[in-house]
Design a protein around this ligand. Structure first.
Ligand SMILES: *Cc1c(COP(=O)(O)O)cnc(C)c1O
Length: 368
């Protein structure tokens, strides 16, 4: 492919001196597990998101399961979330013994709405899990006030939305806890797996530090049965470098998104993503919808342009989930699975590459 969806070596070449300096510093001067570098990263991450605590863990999925465990969400509880989502979100809910209650997304934002969440509340509902999918914030203030009124916990999944804001505030501080992923594909990325939980409560933060570390309260005392899921020290050192470049990266993503929005408006049957006036979109993914997805994807591939699918199988139709939740009919979500197509958009792309993709999309629909 001439224009890939991601170019990891290019990402690292751009910041190589800083990354090498960080790796040298850690390997020659820090503890191999946890240590100063993890603590510094946690502080910087918390400051960036304007919350008191960040706890580094092994992955975004671990961040979800550990956050739910720290908040005592488990067997007998329902967790409301949007059906149009990454399947791992539902696996995490099932993993802690709770039941995901799936609602259809808003037809424009493709996100969880406060109306859909409110309509799905039952006496067993314990939490609402809001995923800021593709990097666009949900209406976090409305969901937080719904949860406040109905005595539910609000959880945020910020895996795709580092750097996004809702009404001027960074995501991750609107609920009881927020889960982040630093998977290499995300806006804030490690060279491998990593994740974090953000929270406001000192007690929740203290529980999370025990739960990520085999349940150990101190060196020899185990207070909980828990996994070993710490953020790697070397990843923390790399993430500190990358956090310093996150804002610039988001600005580049935003300028690329504007190119697509200007050049693809009204082209064929394309439905373009929309940024809510009160939101700052982090543009993790630029996802269009079209009834001609397979043709467009082939046309672009034939011209050396890679595309992605987020996601081609609705989560409730995945065998692992269907086995647990039974057969659900969610027509809007199912139609999205057939229509979504992700165009290349990352900060390491050049503007000319984005323009070339737009030109080829227009050519496919016969608009030159
Ligand atoms: C990537 C992702 C996760 C899982 O993160 P991992 O670090 O891969 O475990 C969870 N939720 C969403 C929305 C994601 O995009």
């Amino acid at each position: 492919m001439d224009i890939k969806t991601k170019d990891y070596p290019k990402q690292y070449r751009q910041i190589w001196e800083e990354v090498r300096e960080a790796i040298d510093r850690v390997l020659l001067g820090d503890a191999p597990i946890l240590g100063a570098e993890v603590e510094r990263f946690e502080k910087e991450l918390a400051t960036f998101h304007e919350v008191p605590h960040a706890i580094g863990v092994g992955s975004g999925t671990a961040a979800l399961t550990l956050a739910m465990r720290a908040l005592d969400i488990g067997a007998g509880h329902e967790v409301i979330t949007c059906a149009h989502t990454f399947t791992g979100v539902l696996s995490a809910i099932l993993e802690v013994g709770a039941t995901p209650v799936l609602v259809e997304p808003d037809p424009v934002s493709l996100l969880l709405t406060v109306e859909a969440a409110a309509a799905a509340i039952t006496p067993r509902t314990r939490a609402v899990l809001a995923v800021h999918l593709y990097g666009h914030p949900v209406d976090a203030t409305a969901l937080a006030s719904l949860c406040g009124r109905r005595n539910l916990l609000l959880l945020e999944d910020v895996a795709q939305a580092h750097g996004a804001r809702w009404r001027g505030r960074p995501l991750g501080g609107f609920g009881a806890a927020a889960a982040m992923s630093f998977h290499p594909s995300k806006n804030l990325a490690a060279f491998g797996d990593g994740g974090a939980v953000l929270c406001r409560s000192d007690a929740t933060a203290a529980r999370l530090r025990v739960l990520r570390n085999l349940g150990k309260e101190d060196k020899h005392r185990f207070a909980a049965v828990a996994p070993n899921s710490k953020l790697d020290t070397l990843q923390a050192a790399i993430l500190r470098v990358r956090l310093r470049h996150l804002e610039d990266g988001i600005e580049r993503r935003r300028s690329h998104a504007r190119v697509y929005q200007e050049r693809l408006e009204g082209v064929g049957d394309l439905a373009l993503p929309v940024e809510h006036p009160e939101a700052r979109h982090a543009w993790h993914l630029f996802v269009v919808r079209t009834a001609h997805r397979e043709g467009l994807r082939k046309h672009l591939a034939g011209r050396g342009i890679g595309t992605g699918l987020h996601y081609p199988i609705a989560a409730h139709r995945q065998p692992a989930i269907a086995e647990r939740l039974g057969e659900l009919r969610l027509p809007r979500t199912e139609e999205l699975a057939d229509r979504v197509l992700t165009l290349p958009l990352s900060y390491e792309h050049e503007r000319e590459e984005i323009e070339r993709v737009a030109t080829e999309v227009r050519a496919f629909f016969g608009n030159r």
